[in-house]
Design a protein around this ligand. Structure first.
Ligand code: SAH
Length: 280
């Protein structure tokens, strides 16, 4: 709960969707045109970190076009008292500070306004303890209407708030960042590029790494000879069948060598023997 003397939390929108309280009619028109757009709400102590790199290149262009929308919710706005405190010392002692349950809870309440059920709108806390993020999760997120992401700082957030709101914990990997913002940016980038029309060429998401459970085959471009190294002949043959076979064989070989875990899963789902000799 925000306290009585607390002004409304600062919110910022990126792209074409405006969520300010005092919308002008023109903005409302814009909302209508992009009513179904996928939306991300990011709760953070550092709203300036967004859109960051998401504002560049394909994700940035898509943001400008209204193919998706990004809203930051400033956690500081829900801080307690004159100093807008958002954190306090850990119960039981120990180093660092923990984000308060009441402060984070109020921000999550604000983010929940106007959102559908969790199946359509996951609520995620970026956390090294979470389920490792992967392409399947990106696909699930992109298939919904939007997402709320909670970025932690310091030692993280009070455990009670995670349980109370049924927050899903998601990790970027087995390392510790100083805050959730970089992780949220990475998750959003991977998710947003799966939204229709964000990438110009949709087939590129079907062929790339992980789409079929394999790592991607090696890519080459001009010049044809570089430092005495040639592009594999088959890629210059113009024979689409042979090129597809070569790429499949290379993807399988790379996956088998580099990621035995992915290779075993791929074989299990394709009725293949993981120790079979590879076709070349
Ligand atoms: N004390 C915590 C780490 C806190 S790091 C622990 O040991 O689990 C501070 C914040 O950075 C976290 O609250 C989380 O939001 C973010 N963060 C750190 N590492 C992360 C990772 N691998 N994936 C996602 N978020 C991470």
């Amino acid at each position: 709960m925000t306290q009585d003397d607390t002004p409304p939390a600062k919110q910022r929108s990126h792209g074409r969707i405006s969520v300010q309280a005092s919308r002008k009619p023109r903005d409302l028109m814009a909302d209508v045109r992009i009513a179904g757009a996928w939306r991300a709400k990011v709760i953070t102590l550092f709203p300036d970190a967004f859109p960051g790199v998401l504002g560049l290149s394909l994700t940035g262009k898509a943001l400008d076009l209204g193919l998706w929308a990004l809203e930051t919710i400033d956690l500081r706005g829900f801080g307690i008292g004159k100093h807008k405190n958002v954190d306090d010392t850990p119960a039981g002692g120990g180093a660092g500070m923990v984000l308060r349950a009441d402060v984070v809870g109020a921000a999550l309440d604000e983010a929940a306004a106007g959102t559908p059920g969790r199946a359509e709108w996951p609520v995620v806390y970026l956390s090294p303890r979470g389920k490792p993020f992967d392409q399947a999760m990106a696909r699930r997120f992109a298939a919904g209407q939007g997402i709320t992401m909670l970025c932690g700082r310091f030692e993280g957030v009070d455990e009670r708030v995670l349980h109370h709101y049924g927050v899903e914990e998601v990790s970027l990997g087995d390392f510790v960042l100083t805050g959730g913002e970089i992780a949220a940016t990475a998750l959003l980038d991977a998710t947003v590029r799966l939204i229709p029309r964000v990438l110009g060429n949709q087939t590129s998401t079907e062929e790339e790494s992980f789409s079929d459970g394999l790592l991607e085959f090696p890519q080459f471009t001009k010049p044809a000879v570089w430092n005495g190294l040639e592009i594999p002949e088959v890629l210059q043959s113009g024979h689409h069948g042979n090129i597809a076979d070569w790429r499949q064989a290379m993807a399988e070989r790379l996956t088998k060598e580099r990621r035995p875990d992915l290779w075993r899963a791929y074989c299990a789902s394709h009725g293949r023997d993981p120790v079979e000799d590879q076709e070349q």
